[in-house]
Design a protein around this ligand. Structure first.
Ligand code: GRF
Length: 200
């Protein structure tokens, strides 16, 4: 069998970083054919930063308000990603729309995970949106990123049942269990070259 070269990835996250942690640990132990080269984070106090430090993964943290506009901070991010030889960008709780600068630098090479079955419940508070809508099934979507809010082509989805006992905490927890399994599996398929979208 052909030896596979690990793909250099960057993870963008601004929250607790549970997805970051799962992906980084799987990469570290060789269960994912990736090197997590850098964490990009736009929240100074985010717990994900501590997780990166514990794993010895470099962090680029920034405050959007220190820059003139999105293009300015995305240019700096692109420079850092290129310095690190990043080939695939993985969004895991990065709460900003990706702009043209990043999209053009990494065409079809940016993926996101969202806690609903898109196109239902895009944007913020997707778990609460599902509860408010009283759906019986919600889930997880992994998709390519385009300029829209959770609108890019869908790569994988998995359903999660909603029961009458569920509240945000319990449903979020069921969803995250799926995320922690599905996201690394999709990333592995991507790096094995099976799923890269053909540019039209
Ligand atoms: C996840 O639920 C993901 O679907 C959404 O942001 C959340 C990040 O969670 N995009 P964590 O920081 O990885 O725990």
């Amino acid at each position: 069998m052909k030896e596979q070269h690990p793909t250099n990835i960057a993870i963008f996250a601004s929250g607790s970083g549970s997805n970051f942690d799962k992906i980084a640990k799987k990469a570290e132990t060789g269960h994912l054919t990736c090197n997590v080269k850098i964490l990009i984070c736009d929240k100074e106090q985010a717990m994900v930063m501590e997780k990166a430090q514990a794993l010895g993964i470099p962090v680029f943290s920034f405050r959007a308000k220190d820059y003139e506009n999105k293009e300015a901070f995305e240019k700096e991010i692109v420079d850092r990603l290129q310095e690190e030889g990043v080939e695939l960008v993985v969004l895991a709780g990065y709460m900003r729309l990706i702009g043209t600068t990043l999209l053009e630098a990494f065409p079809n090479r940016i993926v996101n995970i969202h806690p609903s079955l898109l196109p239902s419940f895009p944007g913020k508070d997707a778990v609460q949106q599902a509860l408010d809508a009283r759906v019986k099934v919600t889930g997880v979507t992994v998709h390519f990123v385009d300029e829209g809010m959770d609108t890019g082509p869908i790569i994988a989805q998995e359903a999660v049942r909603v029961t009458t006992e569920d509240d945000v905490t319990s449903l979020q927890s069921k969803i995250q269990q799926v995320e922690h399994r599905l996201y690394p599996a999709v990333i592995q398929q991507l790096v094995e070259g099976e799923m890269y979208r053909v540019t039209t």
